[in-house]
Write a new protein. Structure first.
Length: 202
C-alpha cells in the first residue's frame, strides 16, 4: 500500500495497515524536509508518485479540501483502511479511500462516502448519510438519520441529534451540540450550536 501524506494522521493510518498485516510500499509527501515516517523513508512528492504505477493508495491527509484535490488527480486505486477494532455494520457501506479508526462505530444502513475519515471512537448511527471528503473527529457522535454534506468537518466531541441535515464544506466546532440543520459552509460552535461565520467556497 502506498500512502500520500506523512503527518500525524498518516501515522494513524500506517498503524491501522500494520494491524491489518498490509505491507507499506511507500510514503510520499510534498514537504521535502520530511525524510521518514515511523522508519519508512519518504519516497518523493506527489508529482513523483504520479509517475509510478501503483495498485493501491490511501490519501492520508486530514485537510478535506486537499484530500479532495489529490483524489481527483489520482489514477491508481484508492483503498479503504478500517481498524480491526472498529465496528462496521454489514448493512452499511463505505466508499473508496475512506479510513476508519479504532473503536469507531458505523451502524446499520449508514452510507459513508469516498475519501472520508471516521476517526477514533466516533459514532455514526443508523441511516446516516455522509457525502465524500467528510471528517468525523474523535469522540464525535451522529445520531440516527443525520446527513453530512461533502467536505464537512465535525469537530472532536461534537454531538448531532437525530435527523439533522448538515450542509457541505461546513465546520462543526469541537464539543458543539447540533440540534438544527446547518447551512452549507457554516461554522457552528457551542451548545446549542450556532453559526459564527461562513467558510469561503473553494
Ligand atoms: C485526531 C485529530 O486531531 S482530529 C482533529 C480534531 N480537531 C477539531 O475537532 C478542531 C475543531 N475546530 C474548532 O473547534 C475550531 O475552533 C472552529 C473550526 C470551530 C473555529 O475555528 P476558527 O474559525 O479559527 O475560530 P476562532 O478560533 O477564531 O474562534 C472564533 C470564536 O469562536 C469561539 N470558538 C471557537 N471554537 C469553539 C468551540 N469549539 N466551541 C465554542 N466556541 C468556540 C472562540 O472562542 C471565538 O470566540 P470569540 O470571538 O468570542 O473570542
Amino acid at each position: 500500500m502506498h500512502i500520500i501524506g506523512a503527518s500525524g494522521h498518516a501515522k494513524v493510518i500506517v498503524d491501522i495497515l500494520l494491524e491489518l498485516g498490509v505491507e507499506i510500499s511507500g510514503i510520499w509527501d510534498e514537504n521535502s524536509r520530511i525524510e521518514a515516517l515511523m522508519g519508512y523513508p519518504i519516497k518523493g512528492n506527489f508529482e513523483a508518485f504520479k509517475k509510478i504505477q501503483v495498485e493501491n493508495v490511501i490519501i492520508a491527509i486530514g485537510n478535506n479540501t486537499i484530500r479532495k484535490r489529490i483524489s481527483l488527480e489520482l489514477a491508481g486505486n484508492s483503498s479503504v483502511a478500517i481498524h480491526p477494532k472498529a465496528v462496521i455494520s454489514r448493512f452499511s457501506s463505505v466508499g473508496v479511500g475512506t479510513v476508519i479508526m479504532a473503536n469507531a462505530t458505523v451502524n446499520v444502513s449508514a452510507l459513508i462516502g469516498k475519501h472520508s475519515i471516521i476517526n477514533t471512537n466516533s459514532s455514526v448511527d443508523h441511516d446516516c448519510i455522509l457525502e465524500d471528503y467528510v471528517h468525523i473527529s474523535p469522540q464525535a457522535g451522529l445520531a440516527g438519520n443525520v446527513f453530512v454534506g461533502e467536505g464537512t468537518h465535525i469537530g472532536i466531541g461534537a454531538s448531532v441529534i437525530q435527523g439533522v441535515k448538515i450542509g457541505k464544506w461546513a465546520n462543526v466546532g469541537a464539543g458543539a451540540v447540533v440540534i438544527r440543520d446547518v447551512p452549507d459552509y457554516a461554522v457552528v460552535v457551542g451548545n446549542p450550536g450556532k453559526v459564527i461565520r461562513y467558510n469561503t467556497p473553494a
